[in-house]
Design a protein around this ligand. Structure first.
Ligand code: SF4
Length: 384
């Protein structure tokens, strides 16, 4: 299959019924369990090692009508919280056996409790990620959190999760992440050969299908991307930041590029690409996963790491990629993204790096305003 055929096929799945992929997997594997993972990051290895399928529950996209969930939340809450509840209330998550939330923000915290109360048949888990990354006790603390999760999934799966199972799963997800890093490298070095929309679609499909299948697809895509030799267009090179949790519609990502940007790096689907190096598989695997979160994961708006300023990471990213500007693309009403923006803005201005701030909602249908703002920004840079 060519790259175009792959991307077209995956795009159709993503736009029509991505969760059906996971439901089909379950139907084809009688007795197996599926666990939903709310963004941003879940140690999916623990789920996989129990023989279960971890699936990204990353909102409902822009084709889901919110008819029930609006009445359960305040109006000033981000879309993903409402659309995830809507998926549950309309029976679209019935194939799930469990779902896991995390301490990323107040709305996500509340959503975990709302799920627990409304869907008693679901095993609702909650990971309290550490708030103090610098303490010498943090790895022990997080390893204990993961151990609780492991025990819970052993009960659900009806089988023990051995260290050997965990090591195999760590190895598998290391490979998947390595291939996604490679995809990002190609896009960064030759954005004319691999668009951000393609990169996104090829990454996002992996949140719905088993990692083994995703790895095979990524290998095929990487081989196809390596064959391309397109001429660069007259576009500005940017780093995109702020979409680490709720995801923008595909049409918006496409529109940003069409408006004149080469996006050299982004934080889409960040939790699924959370590590820049492999997680060690020798030794205690639960401890390795915990230690990787503390010491090897990338910066994000929902990780409170006081050891190095987030704004420094963003500035470094701009310099390392050779981008000349930043687009902050933040979900409407996302507090972590808004708090970060205050820090990023100050740092970008200090460094003289131009930036554009845009807000989105996953249920957006009209993109003209965003496109015009990007075009104006691009022109101001190209003809400065
Ligand atoms: S989009 Fe932001 S506010 Fe909403 S759940 Fe995600 S991190 Fe929390």
């Amino acid at each position: 299959m060519s790259m175009d055929e792959m991307v077209t096929r995956y795009r159709e799945i993503l736009e029509e019924s991505p969760l059906e992929q996971a439901a089909k997997w379950k139907a084809n594997h009688p007795g197996s369990k599926v666990i939903g993972c709310y963004p941003v990051y879940t140690p999916v290895e623990i789920i996989h090692a129990a023989g279960m399928l971890p699936v990204g529950i990353i909102g409902g996209g822009n084709r889901l009508e919110i008819a029930h969930a609006d009445s359960r939340f305040q109006s000033f809450v981000c879309s993903i919280v409402k659309s995830t509840l809507e998926l549950g209330l309309t029976g679209k998550l019935q194939f799930l056996d469990g779902i896991v939330f995390h301490s990323i923000c107040d709305p996500a915290r509340n959503l975990g409790s709302v799920f627990k109360r409304n869907f008693p048949q679901l095993l609702v888990e909650y990971i309290h990620f550490p708030q103090n990354m610098a303490s010498p006790h943090t790895v022990n603390y997080l390893a204990a959190e993961y151990q609780k999760l492991k025990t819970s999934y052993e009960q659900l799966a009806g089988r023990p999760i051995t260290d050997e199972n965990l090591r195999k799963s760590i190895h598998l997800y290391n490979e998947q992440r390595k291939l996604m890093r490679e995809l990002y490298r190609i896009r960064r070095e030759t954005p004319q050969n691999l668009s951000t929309l393609e990169t996104y679609i090829l990454t996002r499909i992996g949140t719905f299908i088993p990692p083994e299948e995703h790895i095979a697809g990524l290998k095929q895509a990487l081989a196809a991307a390596g064959q391309r030799d397109e001429r660069p267009k007259d576009r500005i090179k940017v780093v995109l930041e702020g979409s680490f949790c709720e995801q923008p519609p595909l049409e918006l990502i496409e529109g940003l590029e069409a408006a004149g940007c080469y996006i050299l790096d982004d934080d889409f689907l960040l939790g699924w690409r959370f590590f820049e190096q492999d997680i060690p598989s020798e030794g205690d695997p639960i401890r390795n996963l915990a230690s990787a979160y503390i010491n090897q994961s990338v910066y994000s708006g929902v990780k409170h790491d006081t050891r190095e300023r987030k704004s420094k990471h963003l500035i470094d990213k701009v310099k390392e990629t050779g981008a000349s500007a930043v687009v902050i693309l933040a979900a409407k009403f996302c507090e972590p993204a808004l708090f970060d923006y205050a820090l990023y803005r100050r740092a970008l201005e200090k460094e003289g790096i131009p930036h554009l701030y845009l807000e989105f909602e996953e249920k957006m249908w009209i993109f003209d305003k965003a496109k015009t703002e990007v075009e104006t920004f691009v022109e101001s840079m190209l003809f400065d």
